[in-house]
Each structure stands twice: as C-alpha cells, then as structure tokens.
Design a protein around this ligand. Sequence first.
Ligand SMILES: [Zn+2]
Length: 350
Amino acid sequence: MPDFSIGVDLGGTNLRIAAVSGEGQLLEKVTLGTKLALGRDHVINEMCDAIQGLSGKYEAAGRFLGAGIGVPGLIDLQTGMMRKAVNLPGWENYPVRAEIERRLGLAKNGARVVLENDARVAALGEQWLGAARGVANMAVLTLGTGIGGGIVLGGKIWHGMNGMAGEFGHVTIEPEGHPCGCGNRGCAEQYASASAIVRMAREAIASGQAPLLAKAASSDAEFGAKSIYNLAMQGDEPARRIFRSFGRYLGLLLAGLVNVLNLEMYVIGGGASSAWDAFAPSMFEELRQRSVVYAGTAPADPLKSESLGKHEVASAHSESRGERKTIITRALLGSDAGLYGAARVAVLAV
Ligand SMILES: [Zn+2]
C-alpha cells in the first residue's frame, strides 16, 4: 500500500471525502450531506470524523500525508482562514485550518491540512488526472452557478500574491451589463454560467418570442439549463440563440485569458460544460476573432479533439506539441476533479 492523502470537497449540497494514493488511485470515497443549517461546528465535526475514519483505515498499510480541503470561498493561505464565504455562514474569519488540525491531532505525525478554494483544487485535479494530464501549464474554468477558475503553472496552483488569482468569473465582459454579487457589473459569470443560461431564457420568454421555452418553463418544475439545452438540441431557435450568445461571451473571456497567459491548455468544466455541443462553435469563432494569440496557435479543427476519448486527447495533445497549439477542451473528471485536486494539494504541501 502506497502513501496516501485525503481530499475533501465541501459543497453546498454534499460533503465528499476520498482517500487517494500518491499515484492518484482512488482508495475509497464517502459522500455525506452537507448540513450547513446545523452550523459550522457540526460540518467540521462530520468532516473530521470522516477524515479520521478513512485515514485510520488506510494508515495500517501506508503513510498518511495529510488532508486537502476544497471550500467555496476566498482563503487566506497564510492563516488558513476564510476571507469570504458567501455560502458558508459563520465560516468567515474563523481559523478553519487550525481547528481541523487540532481536532485531527495531526501535529504529532507531521501530516498537514491544506485549505484551498474549490475551483483551484478542481483545476489541479484536471491537471493531475484529468483532461490536462501531463500538461504542466493550464487553466480551468468551472461553469456552474457562477464561474470558478484556477491556474496551474508547473504542476502547482498559481495563487497570486494572496490566493486570489483565478477569479475569471469576475472579469468584465459587458461594461454596462448585469450587476454581479461582487459589486461590479457585466462580470463573465453573469453571461457564461448555468444561471446566465436560465436568465437569458427568462428574458427570451418575457419578449414573447420563445413559445417553446415559455411552455417548458411553465410545465417543467425543474426548468433549468438542462431543459434549455434539450430544446436547443431539438432545434428550437430561441434556445439555440441563448447558447450561441453564451458561447460568444465565453469566447470573449477565453480570448482575454489566452492573450494574457498563453497557456498550453484551457479546460472547461462544471455543469454548464455539458452543453458543449450547443455553445462550442460560437465560442471558438469568437476566440479566433478576438485573440491574436489564439488565431496564431489554434489547432486546425479545435472541435475535433472533443469526440476523442481520454487517451486520444492526451496523444493528440502530445502530437500537436511540436507545433505548440492552444488546446481548449472539456473537463474529464466531473465533480471528482475537486476531490482529486484536494488530495493532491495535501501531497504537494508535504
Ligand atoms: Zn462579479
């Protein structure tokens, strides 16, 4: 049994904990409901019990290197405290890392607890074991309720000065656009997230020009990005227009990133990335028009790598390496990216 670490993904609905070997093999995964309403201490207790259960079980055979915890919020990396945690009431300015270390009693065996933003660990997960396996320099955009981002350079998360690098969702892409929770207007996540798809559909319905969307919205209790995607795939023009618009905005955001960062790969993940077929053509078109760096480094058929399997993507990437192409592709690990990435940060911290 090799050395192992534990990854924790603290989401709004689930608390997931996995023991992962240093080579990236999943040893065991536990999923618990996140009972945020029961308060911070309850959640931390459950998390620590699960970490202890798993580490105890595998410690007999391999060395426990530590635990990485992906949390939705901005983290002060020096103190291990959360600076901003909109969806975790009571977690701000609380010494989360120190408290977990204390409860686990880790000090004695040298194992570490690392607290990290959830989108940053998802980026590291895709770089370690997912779409960007073997690619040292890359970025991930996670399109969910908002847009999470992470930059990985040389196989490690690029934190910036104090852990805030990678806030792609709050890049302005529409100067007089919709107000954003961050205080700015026209942020990317107001136009290229799952919530943006629903808002654009509501706007189309209000205009009276989208009868099928209106019908779906009134009859489908779970009307959301997926229902809108299904209509688009059935050829409904107003639904298709929403995804073209979504793709253009995402292309606009990517154009800025590609121009500034010139990375080898940009991975698109999160729930809304499953609508890839509907938005990718307009995303690539916009990208090519707006980024001089992309236009000069685009693969001949950027959509083609999408139909390939995991192994083929990796080999297509290495083949293109001679010419150094910019690859933009879908994430492969789904919600497990954060779990694997969290386990990986614990190993990198040793
Ligand atoms: Zn914003």
